[in-house]
Design a protein around this ligand. Sequence first.
Ligand SMILES: C[S@@+](CC[C@H](N)C(=O)[O-])C[C@H]1O[C@@H](n2cnc3c(N)ncnc32)[C@H](O)[C@@H]1O
Length: 316
Amino acid sequence: MTDLDQVRSVRTEGDSWSITESVGATALSVAAARAVETAAEQPLIRDQFAYLLVSSAGPAWARLASADLEWIGDDEHGRRAHRVTCDYQAVRTHFFDEYFAAAVRSGIRQVVILAAGLDSRAYRLDWPTGTTVYEIDQPKVLEYKSSTLQAHGAVPMATRRPVAVDLRDDWPTALAAAGFDRTQPTAWLAEGLLPYLPPDAQDRLFAKVTDLSALGSQVAVEAFSLAAPVSERRRAARRARWARVRERLGLDINFETLTYNDTSRADAVQWLTDHGWQVHAVSNADEMARLGRPIPGDLVEETVSSRLLRARLVAN
Ligand SMILES: C[S@@+](CC[C@H](N)C(=O)[O-])C[C@H]1O[C@@H](n2cnc3c(N)ncnc32)[C@H](O)[C@@H]1O
């Protein structure tokens, strides 16, 4: 048994969820971080829909999304660690916002957000006329987002096409039925997704993305380092912190049991490079430092370790 096996995943083949259940709740937690960042004095990103989307799920979620972090109480370490979590989410959002801005500058008008969750980019980014944004996620998650935003009069800034399908199933057929044109270059995004897919489903996802990509397509990925040598220490610290979060907010969700923690998972940079993509990768630590949100030395162990990738298809 490896260290990573110690936490049992509760995931099952074909499982599904609403926004407050299982993997659905992870969309609330990352959107909560965007809400906190948006309310900061000098925010790195602005997601004006994040607080609405999170707080509409209930009072505990509203507290998680509130800027004052009042729910943390006098736990100074918890407050600093949570602030770094929000910094990380802000930096990753910034990275992928810039990726999309560059993709549309290069002429791409077809965008696919895989596992879109409560991503509000279709509503908040400045898309050129003629851009279509496809959002793939489970039906109840997309329905929650669409109905919440619609009820508050939010209007997409591009043609938005929700595609309600599971990414372990035949999503290319659903995407094509929604109007996706494989002859046009596409900008794809997989942010906050890979740990929730079994390793073989990740391989299939990358293979399908590659197959559906006309030359000149781009993809951006958040890839986590599961096999890092310090990972069990880091996981223990994060586990303790999330237990405190759950207790203080009264949320019955254990995020750690929702991921597939196989060390056999393909390395995303390697996979993409081997399949015709020219990859640019940066570690989250470097990108956070570059953007003025360095990880404090004493919190490195319990902060997520990832690489943010963007790649261009140069051969297929
Ligand atoms: C951590 S959230 C990230 C959401 C969004 N990308 C963001 O960064 O705000 C994970 C999302 O992945 C979605 N997801 C995970 N596995 C999925 C699957 N097999 N099919 C469709 N959606 C999935 C969940 O429903 C959830 O919305």
